[in-house]
Design a binder for this molecule. Sequence first.
Ligand SMILES: Nc1ncnc2c1ncn2[C@@H]1O[C@H](COP(=O)(O)OP(=O)(O)OP(=O)(O)O)[C@@H](O)[C@H]1O
Length: 302
Amino acid sequence: MLELSHVHKVYRVGAFGGGRLRAVRDVSLTVEPGEVVSLIGESGSGKSTLGKMVLGLSRPTGGTITFDGTDITTIRGHAARKEYYRRVQGVFQDPFSCFNPIFKADRVFEMIRTSYFPGVSDADWRDRVLAALATVRLDPGNVLGKYPHQLSGGQLQRVLIARALLLDIKLLVADEIISMLDASTRIDVLNLLSDLKERGLGILFVTHDLSLGNYVSDKSVILRKGAVAEMGPTLRVFENPLHPYSRHLLSCVPQLHRTWAEVDAELAANPPEDVVLPVAADEESAPLLEVEEGHFVGIDQG
Ligand SMILES: Nc1ncnc2c1ncn2[C@@H]1O[C@H](COP(=O)(O)OP(=O)(O)OP(=O)(O)O)[C@@H](O)[C@H]1O
């Protein structure tokens, strides 16, 4: 469904745009229907830039991004872009900033109707809205007719997901969608993503939080400095991390049942084996080694 092939992004930076910042380097990955793929990395690793490129909000400097066989950089004109967004939508970190505080929150549904379904009757549209709200497990009485400030962050995030579902999308780009939610709401939204996956939606789940990636995804892609450090089925990557960066990230995840002292003592007694990776030939390419079926490790760039 979604395929990124050797995607690069270089930003022009500096006072006169004379500098170059390589934000994404040689990234290839796929997202299939009903698959959740986590893009995991620390701040500045290029996760959001990849999400924006998939959403057509930023153009790749190199490589291709295809959705159902169409190179999305060739999509031009209002009508073609609108069709793309009928199938691919994004939801972002801060749900509050997506709503105009002077309008009721459910206006976002009406905007979809005006733009995509002008011929649908009031009764039919109401049924569709109620079905979308049921899917995201929102009680219509709690959200319809309410202003954004009357709803919680978790409710607003669900309203935005319901809005995307009205379009019958195939791919959702979820960029740090639970970072601003409290712990109990986080789990609800993560479980909602699992429900959507069961319904066949592909999800590109962007997160800086390794444990969230582990909880929700079929496949994990760990990014470091814009390149893939490691990727593969989530279980394999988390049970057998091979890139030193993945190991470092995993060792930083707090383990609630153990103290730091216990973890440190164990690491000192059994230090992880160093994995010696060959060095890539140049700065631009970021080749991967397949170490077991579907499990790839990036050749270290130092
Ligand atoms: N429009 C832009 N112009 C110039 N540089 C940019 C732009 N957007 C992002 N960058 C730079 O590209 C790099 C990758 O940024 P990106 O936002 O993709 O990272 P991220 O992993 O999503 O980080 P965060 O979790 O902090 O959002 C960073 O060094 C960032 O400063």
